[in-house]
Write a new protein. Structure first.
Lengths: 68, 68, 68, 68, 68, 68, 68, 68, 68, 68, 68, 68
């Protein structure tokens, strides 16, 4: 069995959980067999109304299907 | 005064806060005098409906009562 | 262009997002031109009702306005 | 679901794999529901014949069965 | 000259060396000019017979051929 | 041979050495065959007279005696 | 908004700045919407004339355009 | 509640404890409500008589009083 | 003797050295007795002409003059 | 008692254990009283037959004999 | 100007300060122009009377005198 | 094949590249078969004219020639 990693940054104006969900939603559009993920750096920006926008790095591991 | 650490991983399908709460709830069943905790690694699994499950490592410090 | 960092710990009985917001709210009382922030250590205390209080370190970067 | 960590150092005069196996063998004598483990620090000692002895830290996570 | 990194997790029931080899074998199916690799996190699972399965992260660097 | 780790925080109003000693004194009440220890995080509190109290994390390794 | 990371090593016989530039030049051939980058490990080789060649890891983040 | 960090290096020809004390003494001249501190890097210089001078980084957290 | 740290991010379109210089130039406008500095994270932005802008974190230590 | 460290990279086409052994074999040619070693970075190269060569950093500590 | 590092572990039954001093005393027997040192890992052993022995890694930098 | 590491700090008033070059120049006076190097900590001093002096740690690996 072999797995591969991709690193995606999900963002959300709502919170950290939502940013994580967005990262997984995006990854599942291009990648199958997602097995697990790990939270990396969490950063914040202020939008024009000085509201916090949450940016969460997620390292996503997926199983590589190989027709050997 | 002396303290001891235990490391617990709380999980929740709702979010990071809930996973942290579950870790403390579990610890308080076997350990008294909990003083503080620190968040370690945060990982994610996808359940069968591709929903994110949150897993949070919490390092919990508690005071050791000793009848010297 | 030059930026400066300050390190603030926001706290909240509600959750991590709220603690982050409190850190930015406090910073904006004394600092202008906040550009971005990064989450540092996340720790927890139990209040007298054994409820979790969330403490989040936020490293906040702001632009230095200089009349050179 | 909640998991707990224990940290064990397995040793072996043969190699790293064997030291890891010894750590799991020891853990399974006192702990059920072992889920996963992670390699920590790997150190070496020389025995009296100047042969290398392998010492491997393994952080072992196991599921806590609770009759709530 | 420019290189690119991919991160692959090789696994094996035999040991760490074999898991590393499986990671390189998989990478070479889709990537040419592999130059070097570096071992990342090493984790373990127990299969249904309580035997250790070795999972090794390998960060693999390869040369990018560009027809400029 | 197999070893196990426990993590203890020793404290003292006198200094770092004394806090380390208190950690070992406490550990030896419940654990035999202590082999070595390693200093982790060192933190400080101010008591009511603004005097520094030293808190030292010590990771203590001990040999597991098993009657196999 | 979602971003993705790729890791590229730029090299140059001139210096660190030039190696960074080469990494970005290469990335922009295959990736659009580059937002930012971060310097990783910096290593050096000696060429046949014992001159230093600079190798700089750059972690490049780019915005993912998705026609949802 | 919100806290702020400042980073001070205390020094002393006597030892690490004294250098820590000097850092707190200095901080308390300009900052109230000091809550806790954490030891950072410990470095040494040799004075003209080849005696060791101890330099200890202390990260000091204090409560911010705000008349909201 | 006691020192204090401030953290400044210098930027420059030219290179890393220049960004470091700008950080020190800015610091010296508000701080005397600068003793040393240490390079932290180095990040990059692309300006509107896709040219790299260098951003360098510098942790600057300065001696505190106290009229005790 | 005083110890000193040297850092050696052992290599082997066979595996990690053998590379570690080669590091110790080499060190013992020039250094006596070797006490312990610790594994550092583990890297890999592919030889001309695309076979993995293992390179293991070992930090070796030895006792300094001094005729005071 | 060029400096070189050596890594020495000083030990003492008395405390950390004394172990540091022993490391510098040893280094100065073989190395001139010692400029500065930095504390690394601090470990402990129990002697036969269960008394703590302090072991402190010190990374010592010295100026290289070259008659170019 | 076996390699050994030495750690050298090169300095220069010009910039980081030059400080790296000076480290390699110095190393090559006493060591043959230099294979590679890696940048460690980068620190700065201000000279008497408040000009930045660059100090760069370089960890240099060289092949050990052994007549076995």
């Amino acid at each position: 069995m072999v797995y591969k990693y991709i690193e995606i940054v999900g963002t959300s104006p709502t919170g950290i959980n939502e940013a994580v969900n967005n990262a997984f939603k995006e990854a599942s559009k291009t990648v199958k067999n997602i097995q697990w993920g790990e939270m990396g750096r969490v950063t914040f920006r202020l939008d024009e109304n000085q509201q916090v926008e949450y940016q969460v790095e997620v390292r996503i591991g997926f199983k590589i299907e190989r027709a050997d």
